[in-house]
Design a protein around this ligand. Structure first.
Ligand code: NAD
Length: 500
């Protein structure tokens, strides 16, 4: 059985602990590898290596750090098909979608290449007579990243390119469900000229994560995953004096106004609800048509479109499927369970993905696109994140009712409104309690040079990921006020508060 190791000090390192976890190919249902789960000692070793590498790397000029990232970008582009295949083999998503996530990750690398400009700090002359003030944006030290299974390339790439560009060293702990991609990225960083020890990958589970949250040499922790884990990561990391950004789960609503272009809205919904089998934190899982007529028309068009949804393996000869399998059998059973819960709660199951027949499914973890109607706030299938290809229609009588339903929800990651009315769109942007909003855009993921983050229980911590917030997160501001007066030795002591 192929063993997925760690990457420490510029080299592949086989795990020393006896513990391993299975890694599956979700399209066949077969175990394709086993991943080493690090012991606490192995995780501490990764932190030690990163800590030692910090002294040198933090002194490398930002220009030279950026040049490593320029070379890394070129290498990832060169190996893009190979990496997308790795992603699809362990995650299950279709090849074009895997290429897409890699592209979004590369955009963060491109942003990080601008670090000589981004990390300049500020300078004011003569803040008092003969007194200058300037700020330095200094790197923190060892930073840690803990990522979820659903974006094995993009989410780590939200984190480490900016952290490294700022002069930090890094320990990455990928999801144990699809751990191969970050290892390949680590090899390419070394090939790009990153000094050994600056970027390390430690595979594992809670045992390794607990070290990253408590070891005093780790300065900052970036986490992306489910809300209960995000909340505990934030609490533990903060209690140990680290800065923490912990992004959690989501339940994203799309409001469809009576004046929306319904064909456009339905096309957008199909991709946003069923793309990547709904395993996206920005997936739309609730459609909120305003008014009964809009609801009926929307439902009719969705039913038509769902009949054409192509479900199948992520890697095929010929045109891609629309949607691949779920990541594990356990997750498949969870999603199937949620569909039953919806039925038991009294929602109308319009299309049942459990009955979808998938060609070449073998023992793969497949389920078809599912549609519920008449879903009400309070039902578990409205309250909880299903993280599968299950779209709920929750009808609203008015714009205000739609806004209230979304604002009352515990999550606030992403949302969208489809309308031709500029005033409705503007009001929506102002009143909605959600971090990322799309107007006639179904998945409003901010570009790399903006920052990504939700509100409410979708994000713990003040700073969003990548973009300007990313640079703030991975640097510490130091402000220096200096005076070089002539004849300072003659000055008498001052005992009053300095006011310049
Ligand atoms: P998860 O919370 O199960 O795992 C995330 C990471 O935490 C993994 O590396 C895992 O090994 C680790 N982990 C799991 N349990 C742990 C524990 N008890 N202690 C310490 N570490 C632990 O999430 P997942 O199933 O891999 O990913 C799906 C979730 O991620 C969904 O809820 C999704 O919405 C969320 N997500 C959010 C965003 C966002 O930007 N807000 C982006 C992607 C995914």
């Amino acid at each position: 059985m192929h063993q997925i190791p760690h990457y420490l000090d510029g080299k592949i390192v086989t795990g020393r602990s006896e513990r391993v976890a299975p890694v599956y190919n979700p399209a066949t249902g077969e175990q394709h590898a086993q991943v080493c789960l690090a012991s606490a000692d192995e995780a501490r070793e990764a932190v030690r290596i990163a800590d030692e590498a910090f002294a040198e790397w933090s002194k490398v000029s930002p220009l030279k750090r950026a040049r490593v990232l320029f070379r890394f970008k070129a290498l990832v582009e060169q190996h893009a098909d190979e990496i997308a295949t790795l992603i699809s083999q362990e995650h299950g998503k279709v090849f074009s979608d895997a290429r897409g996530e890699l592209t979004r990750g590369l955009e963060v690398v491109e942003f990080a290449c601008g670090i000589p400009h981004l990390q300049k700090g500020e300078h004011s002359m003569n803040v008092g007579s003969g007194v200058d003030s300037f700020s330095l944006m200094q790197p923190l030290g060892v930073c840690a990243g803990i990522s979820p299974f659903n974006f094995p390339a993009m989410v780590p790439m939200w984190m480490f390119p900016i952290a490294l560009a700022c002069g930090n060293t890094f320990v990455m702990k990928p999801s144990e469900k699809d751990p191969s991609t970050p290892l390949r990225l680590a090899e390419l960083l070394t090939e790009a000229g990153l000094p050994d020890g600056v970027f390390n990958v430690i595979n594992g589970d809670k045992e390794a994560v607990d070290v990253l949250l408590t070891d005093e040499r780790v300065q900052a922790v970036s986490f992306v995953g489910s809300t209960p884990i995000a909340e505990s990561i934030y609490a533990t990391g903060s209690a140990h004096g680290k800065r923490v950004q912990a992004l959690g789960g989501a339940k994203n609503h799309m409001v469809i106004m009576p004046d929306a272009d319904l064909d456009q809205a339905v096309d957008a919904l199909m991709g946003a609800a069923y793309g990547s089998a709904g395993e996206r934190c920005m997936a739309i899982s609730v459609a909120v048509p305003v008014g009964e007529q809009t609801a009926e028309r929307l439902r009719g068009k969705l039913v038509e479109k769902l009949a054409t949804l192509r479900v199948g393996p992520g890697l095929v000869d010929g045109p891609d499927n629309d949607m691949g399998p779920l990541v594990t059998r356990e997750h498949l059973e969870k999603v199937r369970g949620y569909i039953q819960t919806g039925v038991d709660e009294g929602a109308e199951l319009v299309i049942d993905g459990r009955e979808t027949v998938v060609d070449n499914a073998g023992n793969g973890f497949f389920i078809g696109g599912t549609l519920f109607d008449h879903v009400k706030p309070g039902m578990r299938i409205h309250r909880e994140e299903i993280f599968g290809p299950v779209l709920a229609i929750a009808r609203a009588a008015s714009f205000d009712e739609a806004v209230a339903m979304i604002n009352a929800h515990e999550y606030g990651n992403g949302t969208a409104i489809f309308t031709r009315d500029g005033d409705a769109a503007r009001q929506y942007c102002e009143r909605i309690q959600v971090g990322m909003v799309g107007v006639n855009v179904p998945i409003p993921v901010p570009m790399a040079f903006h920052s990504f983050g939700g509100w409410k229980r979708s994000l713990f911590g003040p700073l969003h990921m990548h973009g300007p917030d990313g640079v703030r997160f991975y640097t510490r501001m130091k402000t220096i006020t200096q005076r070089w007066p002539s004849g300072i030795r003659e000055e008498t002591n001052h005992f009053t508060m300095p006011t310049h």
